[in-house]
Structures are given as structure tokens and as C-alpha cells.
Design a protein around this ligand. Structure first.
Ligand SMILES: [Zn+2]
Length: 316
């Protein structure tokens, strides 16, 4: 059985046809048509699907399902996109719209972080796990949870918001408007913010030199690279980052006793430079011996497509 998985983002619509071994056998990518109606977006997605069916010489109606990963909140039934800010989609009946193009094919929507966790369950580091947690450390902090071998979307299906657990009482303002969330301290954006401060406060630091004094050039990767090169200011920032992230991970581990906590997103690409001190701190802070279970996610850029194609396997 071949399933279709869409990874819809504010920059691109990516889609793949995924076989039973979770291999992507055909794929397409198009810029997201910002400002166009959702009907137009669905029509483009249908065309992309048809074009892959043609390449594979099968009718599009033979695909087992169409799954769609969305960067936003869905209603409890998984039919309507409540808010996807990057797409400028609010209260969009996306499932119904896609079903107009594929009347005989089951269509599923999923939040992108949940979908990435589902991908890890079927094809990545969560294979065989009953309980596992994925944290994606990018512009924000996304989280996906596997409970009892299935993607868990909250007791009332409102979603899990690991990025908005409170980490620091009265702390920094988060993108959600509240203070002190995990996302406010563990997103790559935090490294950018501290790097920019360092440019002003420490003009002798390598961060200043690497960014040639420009705030715009400071990225999470630039700060991490400066720390890797031994810059003391960048190392201090990175140590603080690891301090916060290890606290968040330890709390999640204490709550769930999961088999694996995997980290994805841009910051996780720092590799051992991140994982070594992180595991050390998690070990110090944890009630359980847990540190060895903190590991990098496996699927990277393909997580959205593979997870979306597996949404059909998460149904009752
Ligand atoms: Zn928040």
C-alpha cells in the first residue's frame, strides 16, 4: 500500500509517496502560495498528488491515504485547522476540502510536531517504543509524544504543548505571550537573542567577529560554532542553554519515564557538542538513570512526509 504524506510549511509544500517500508518512492516540492485561498492550496496539493501518481504509473485513487502535517493547531476531530500562523490559515476546513479532490481516499490532518514523533515511531529512533518524547529545537520548541505505542494528542485532543511548560517562574516572555516557557529558553531563537546581546556587550568576542558586528548575521548555528571554537562568551551562552534544556528534559523524564527522548530541529545538529554536556546534566538532575536515553532524532527533513503518510496507522 502506498500512502501520501504532505509536509506543509510557510515556505514550501513538500509531499512524498511512501511505501510500506517507509521509503519515499516519489516526491514533489513547491513554494507555499502565500496569500492564496485554501481552496487554491488544496487544488495545488491535489495536482502534486496526481503528478506523482503519473510518475509511478498508478491511479491517484489507489493511494491508501492522504496525510497532511500542519504547523499549527487542529480541532479535536482533526478536520479543521484552527490556527496555522505561518500559513495565514485560521478556521480552515482542510480535510473536507481535500476530500473534494479525493472522495474515496481517507484524509488525515496532524500537527507537525506530533507527526514528526509518529515518523520516529514507524521509521526512526522510537521504533519498538511504547513511550517516547520528541522535542524539536528550532525557531520554537515543538513536542510530540508517543504513549502506549501511539501518537498522543492530549486527553481532550487539544494537543500537547511541551514547549509551553513553565521552566522559569516569571521568566522571559514566550512567543505565546506567557512568561518563562520552555520555548522561551530552549528554542534556537534563545541562542540568537543571547548572541545579539553579546555583540553589544562583548565586542571582543568571536561572536562579534563572526557576525562582523551585524545583529542580522547572528544565528543559533553561529553562536554554537563560536562556542565550538573555544570562545568564552559563546561557551557561557551555550552552557546556559544546556542548563535550561537539561531541566526541561529531566522534568519530562520524571513525568513519563519514557524509553527515549529524542531531539530534532536545527540546534540538535550541534551533535556531541550538545549531547555530551546535556546527558551529563540530565544524569545529575534526574531521579531515574536516564541520560543515555537522550538521543538525536533520526528523520530530519523527511519526518513530516513519513509521519503524515503514517497518520492512517494511528487511527482507532
Ligand atoms: Zn509559551
Amino acid at each position: 500500500m502506498l500512502n501520501v504524506g504532505f509536509d506543509v510549511g510557510g515556505t514550501n509544500i513538500k509531499v512524498g509517496v511512501v511505501n510500506e517500508k517507509n521509503q519515499i518512492v516519489a516526491q514533489r516540492r513547491q513554494p507555499f502560495p502565500t496569500g492564496r485561498s485554501y481552496q487554491k492550496v488544496a487544488a495545488i496539493m491535489a495536482e502534486m498528488t496526481e503528478s506523482m501518481a503519473e510518475e509511478l504509473s498508478v491511479p491517484a485513487a489507489s493511494f491508501g491515504s492522504v496525510g497532511i502535517a500542519i504547523p499549527g493547531d487542529l480541532d479535536a476531530a482533526g478536520e479543521t485547522i484552527i490556527n496555522a500562523h505561518n500559513l495565514h490559515f485560521h478556521n480552515i476546513p482542510m480535510k473536507r476540502e481535500m476530500e473534494k479532490h479525493f472522495p474515496r481516499t481517507p484524509v488525515f490532518l496532524g500537527n507537525d510536531a506530533n507527526v514528526a514523533a509518529l515518523a520516529e515511531l514507524h521509521a526512526g529512533v522510537f521504533q519498538g517504543c511504547r513511550t517516547a518524547v520528541l522535542l524539536t529545537l528550532g525557531t520554537g520548541v515543538g513536542g510530540g509524544l508517543i504513549l502506549n505505542g501511539r501518537m498522543f494528542n492530549g486527553g481532550m485532543e487539544h494537543g500537547v504543548e511541551l514547549g509551553h511548560m513553565i521552566l522559569v517562574h516569571g521568566g522571559d516572555r514566550c512567543s505565546c505571550g506567557k512568561k518563562g516557557c520552555v520555548e522561551a529558553y530552549c528554542a534556537g531563537t534563545w541562542l540568537v537573542r543571547q548572541g545579539r546581546k553579546a555583540i553589544v556587550e562583548y565586542p571582543l568576542s568571536l561572536i562579534y567577529k563572526a557576525a562582523r558586528g551585524s545583529m542580522e548575521r547572528v544565528s543559533a548555528k553561529l553562536v554554537i560554532d563560536c562556542a565550538k571554537k573555544g570562545d568564552a562568551v559563546a561557551q557561557d551562552i551555550f552552557d546556559d542553554y544546556v542548563e535550561h534544556l537539561s531541566s526541561a528534559i529531566t522534568s519530562i523524564a520524571s513525568l513519563l519515564d519514557p524509553e527515549v527522548i529524542a531531539l530534532g530541529g536545527g540546534v540538535s545538529l550541534a551533535g556531541d557538542f550538545l549531547f555530551r554536556p546535556l546527558r551529563r546534566q540530565v544524569e545529575e538532575k534526574s531521579f531515574f538513570h536516564f541520560a543515555h536515553k537522550v538521543m538525536p532524532a533520526k528523520l530530519g527533513n523527511e519526518a513530516g512526509i513519513i509521519g503524515a503518510a503514517n497518520l492512517i496507522r494511528n487511527q482507532d
